[in-house]
Design a protein around this ligand. Structure first.
Ligand code: AMP
Length: 404
C-alpha cells in the first residue's frame, strides 16, 4: 500500500437483503478493501471480500440479520486493518431516499436521521436498512467515530422538472401527500454520467446523454445540459423497465382486476408485482440473466422474456431522445446486465437504427466483465459500456462534505 495516501473513506451500502462495503481513496480512486454480504435472513448468509487483491469467502451463519453481519464486517475485517483504519477520515453511507427535504449529501446528525426515518414512507425496503447501518456504526463503534455522511440516490433527481415528476392524478395528491416521481439508482446514473464526460471530453453542464442502469433493478435516466430531466423509476422503484422480479410499467387497472375479480389482497398483489414479476414472472424459471443469455436460442420462455426486456428498453431510449434538445452525445449501459450481456445491447439497438445507432459486433462482444468502452461503429451515435462504481462516488461525495 502507498503509505503516502491518506483520506481513506469507509463506504457502507446497507441494502434490504445485502450489505456492500469498501475502503477507498477518492483522490487516487483506488479501492483497498471491498466486500459483500449476501443472503441476509436466508440459510447460509455469505460474505466475500477482497483486500489488497486477495479474495476471501465465508459463510457467517444462517438467517443472519444486518446487525450481526455488520459486527462481523467491522470486528473481523475492518478493525484488523490497523494501517488503513488510522487513515480513515470519514464514513459514507448510501441512503436510497432523502424524502422531500434532503436534496444533497449531508453530514449526519439527529435531524438528518429523523428525515431519513420519515422518508422510509417512500422507500420502505431500503431506508430502514440504511438506517440500521448508520446507527450501528455511529453508536456502537466509537473507534470509527469519524464524520458520517449520507449520500442519497434521490439527490440526482432534485432538478427534474415537474413535467417529468408529476403524475396526471389530482394535483392535491402531490401537494398533500407528495405523490410524485422520485427516481432511484441516482448514484449509479450520476457516476457513469461523470465517467462519460471524461471519455467524451465534455464538461458535465453541457452533457446530453441517456444512461441505462440494467441490473436486478433497472432504470434509465435522461440527462440534458448536465441535469437529470427524467427517469423511469417513479414514486417507488417499481415503475419503468422490466426488472429481475419487478414488473415495471403496467396498466394500473390490472391491480383493480386482481383485487376485484381475482380476490387478491393488496399485500398479495404487491408481492406479485415486486417479487414474482419481471424476468422471473415472464419466464417462470429465473431472474438471473445468465440463464437468459444461455437459453435465448433454446427455450421459448427465455426468448420471450429477453425480447420483452429489450422492447421496453428500446422504447424508453427512443422516448428519452425527445428530452435532449437537439443533441444526444451518447447512450451509456451499466449494471450487471448492461456491463455483461452483449445480447441485450445487440437486440435493443437493432430496434433503434432509425435513430442512427449501429452496434459494432466485435466491440460489443468484447465489452464484458467490468470493461468500459465504445461498442458502436464510427458513423453511429455513440453507445458506451461504463462499469459503475457507486462506492467511489459515495467516497468522493463524503470527502467533499467533510472537507467543507
Ligand atoms: P446488479 O443488480 O447490477 O448486480 O445486476 C444483477 C444482474 O446482472 C443479474 O440478472 C445477473 O444475472 C446479471 N449478471 C451479472 N453478471 C453477469 C454475467 N457475467 N452474465 C450475464 N448476466 C450477468
Amino acid at each position: 500500500m502507498d503509505k503516502k495516501l491518506k483520506n481513506f473513506i469507509f463506504v457502507l451500502n446497507c441494502g434490504s437483503s445485502s450489505i456492500k462495503f469498501a475502503i477507498l481513496n477518492p483522490d487516487s480512486k483506488k479501492t483497498y478493501l471491498s466486500g459483500l454480504v449476501e443472503y441476509l435472513f436466508l440459510p447460509d448468509t455469505c460474505i466475500t471480500w477482497k483486500y489488497l487483491d486477495k479474495k476471501y469467502k465465508q459463510i457467517i451463519g444462517s438467517n443472519i440479520n444486518h446487525k450481526f453481519a455488520l459486527d462481523f464486517i467491522i470486528e473481523k475485517i475492518l478493525l484488523k486493518q490497523k494501517d488503513i483504519l488510522k487513515n480513515i477520515v470519514g464514513i459514507g453511507h448510501r441512503v436510497v431516499h432523502g424524502g422531500i427535504k434532503i436534496k444533497k449529501s449531508v453530514l449526519i446528525d439527529e435531524n438528518v436521521l429523523t428525515h431519513i426515518q420519515d422518508a422510509a414512507l417512500f422507500a420502505p425496503l431500503h431506508n430502514p436498512a440504511n438506517l440500521i447501518g448508520i446507527k450501528i456504526v455511529m453508536e456502537k463503534y466509537p473507534i470509527l467515530s469519524k464524520k458520517n455522511v449520507a449520500v442519497f440516490d434521490t439527490s440526482f433527481y432534485k432538478d427534474m422538472p415537474e413535467t417529468s415528476f408529476l403524475y396526471a392524478i389530482p394535483y392535491n395528491f402531490y401537494e398533500k401527500y407528495r405523490i410524485r416521481r422520485y427516481g432511484a439508482h441516482g448514484i449509479s446514473h450520476n457516476y457513469v454520467a461523470r465517467e462519460a464526460c471524461t471519455v467524451l471530453n465534455k464538461k458535465f453542464h453541457s452533457l446530453n446523454i441517456i444512461t441505462c442502469h440494467l441490473g436486478n433493478g433497472s432504470s434509465i435516466s435522461g440527462i440534458c445540459n448536465g441535469v437529470c430531466v427524467d427517469t423511469s423509476m417513479g414514486f417507488t422503484p417499481l415503475e419503468g423497465l422490466v426488472m429481475g422480479t419487478r414488473s415495471g410499467d403496467i396498466d394500473p387497472s390490472i391491480i383493480f382486476f386482481m383485487h376485484k375479480q381475482l380476490n387478491m389482497s393488496i399485500n398479495e398483489i404487491e408481492e406479485v408485482l415486486t417479487k414474482k414479476s419481471g424476468l422471473l414472472g415472464l419466464s417462470g424459471v429465473s431472474n438471473d440473466f445468465r440463464y437468459f443469455e444461455k437459453n435465448y436460442h433454446l427455450k421459448k420462455e427465455a426468448k420471450r422474456s429477453v425480447d420483452i426486456f429489450c422492447h421496453r428498453l428500446a422504447k424508453y431510449i427512443a422516448a428519452y431522445t425527445s428530452l435532449m434538445e437537439n443533441r444526444l452525445d451518447a447512450v451509456v449501459f451499466t449494471g450487471g446486465i448492461g456491463e455483461n450481456v452483449p445480447l441485450v445491447r445487440k437486440l435493443t439497438f437493432s430496434k433503434l437504427l432509425l435513430l442512427g445507432f449501429k452496434i459494432n459486433s466485435e466491440l460489443n462482444l468484447s465489452m464484458i466483465g467490468g470493461k468500459s468502452g465504445l461498442i458502436t461503429e464510427v458513423y453511429s451515435r455513440p453507445v458506451f459500456v461504463i462499469s459503475t462504481n457507486e462506492e467511489l462516488l459515495i467516497a468522493q461525495e463524503t470527502l467533499n462534505i467533510i472537507k467543507t
